[in-house]
Design a binder for this molecule. Sequence first.
Ligand code: C2E
Ligand code: MG
Ligand code: MG
Length: 638
Amino acid sequence: MLTLWTCHVRKLTKGRTNRLFIAMACMSLICAIADLWMEFVVNPVPLSRGQVILGTALSFTYKLLRNSSLVVYLIYIFSVTRTEYRLNTLGSQLFIWLPIMVAVGALVQNFFTHNVFSVTAEGGYTRGPVLMLLYVISYIYALAGTGYCIYCRRYLVGSKWVALISVYVLTFAGVLIQMVKPHYLVEMFSTAVGLMFILLLIMRPEETLDGQGLVRDWNAYQDTLKRSLRSGRHFQIVVVEIMNAAEIRSYLGDKQFQSCIETIAAEISTLYSGLCVHVDQFFEIPGTFYLILDNAEIDVKTLIPPFNRTIAERMEDYARQGVRFNLEYCLIKCPVDLKDFREIINFGHSFRYLRKPAEVYEAADLIRERNYGPLTNIKEILNRAITEDTLEMYFQPIYDIRTGGFRSAEALARLNDPVYGMVSPALFIPAAERVGMIVALGYRILEAVFSFMSQTDLGALGITRIEINLSVAQCLQRELPERIRELQEKYRIDPSQVNFEVTETLFDNLGGIMDKNLRTLSDMGYTFSLDDYGVGYSNIQRLRALPLSIIKIDKSMVDDMFTSDGEVIIENTVRMMKGIRKELVVEGVETAKEAKACEDLSCDYIQGFYYSRPLPAKEFVRFLSEHNVAAQPGNGTR
Ligand code: C2E
Ligand code: MG
Ligand code: MG
């Protein structure tokens, strides 16, 4: 009862494994009650008719449930070791069900023959010769279970294994004691103690993330990965990453997002259920699934296109709302491609930064990529960037359509590492966010830009504003405004010359410190723009919640601007932003045709390779001298 109550309190009621455990605990509880009650009913003889009937019913119940609970426990062991797929063959099904069917048959025929046991008025409870068959059957299950536990030693950590096998060891001991001293009813007590061990050492409600127990959490992934590596077996990991998970989550809300995750998890498990391979499924917030496949031979790649089609179908309703699940897949063969725990974890986090999108990224190819070294040693590289002089700021001029000159520029960080060479910000910025170094790096960047601004007469070069990217983690720092104020004073910066670029992920953290910081900086005279508009799912109400003066339209919108849908989208976006009095920068303009189209749309500023790539400080100054100072303003500069 204590075990069942604990299950209830710890909410251990979801998932197949937990349900098997509860079934086993319920059966054991009923057995214990029947066993105890029996002692009072059949003693002393002679018995009344009612006692005979009750005694027969109790003994029948006890024997039936005692044997059945061993079957349930055996299946539970397969479930805990995540090897249920081994029960899918005809042979194992027969092995599981045939003995218990024989036992049930023996108990049913006992009503007529009384050769298993009998309860009579004069003789009380007596054992029959066929009772031995029930013992043999329970020994078959118990021995099979014990043997399988020993065989599965490598799948389980020590404590879990001990708990699992303790049920058998304790029950064997209980049975032995009860055989010698039949009135010591310790058998069920020892089983209950074993179940308690399981409850304490195995059952982990916090590991399961969904209603059906299909997906376990990030900690469970790390545990299972370690165990799989230690076992020395060959296995595969499939990483399925929802690239736009954070945006979708903030758009749909937690509840609907969770239901999408459960749908995807269920589809994944349907996909591999036909494969006759054991798959463990894990999920890392905000949107990455990790599948550990017990088999290194199966060709997972062929499954992905049909899987993509299924997901597209299942998510059609969301697609109609404009929410598309952008999934990327990566395949790691262990220990062939990678065998170090840390390296595998890092790889799962960073594979997508290694190369342009591919249908399936394969670790075997990616580890030969140029960026693999920098990515897997990113902490070392970031440390050098923060403590040594390997960080360099580049500046990309931004064209002002109204004045026909370059009035602002975006500061973009570059890392020129002595060991790994030039490292792209598309790689090191997300990595710095992931490993918690973005704040320190962010201050280095701010200092580098302020230092450049203090040494350069930007006004004389026609520049009124420098744009600096701020990441969400930076904006969440309580001391951000104070630190900026210190730097501002140190370098004598006029805040009106600085505009901070923030992204939509900021909306998820609005309120509290973030809100306060943005408003304090805004009061200090800094302005803000929203970067990469069009990548996420912002709605106009949310845009109005921030002190944003400029919206930067993402390159992806520009890329689509000559398709019929794309044209409508960009036109409406511009109209809408103008309606709420925002200035507009279009990013990623590469051709004269695109630049002309942006001018026709009456955007305010254009940034892109068409005008200039990001330039090192000296070249940037030279560029401005040539285009802003030498050229007549208003003549166009190209
Ligand atoms: P972003 O802030 O959206 O910066 C614009 C990116 O687009 C830059 O990439 C720029 O080089 C690129 N770009 C500009 N015009 C064109 C074009 O015409 N065609 C193409 N294909 N690309 C163009 P970059 O420098 O590689 O930076 C990538 C991202 O890394 C930035 O995107 C920003 O999110 C982040 N980042 C860069 N520097 C910093 C920084 O100092 N701090 C922070 N927090 N993030 C930074
Ligand atoms: Mg930017
Ligand atoms: Mg951008």
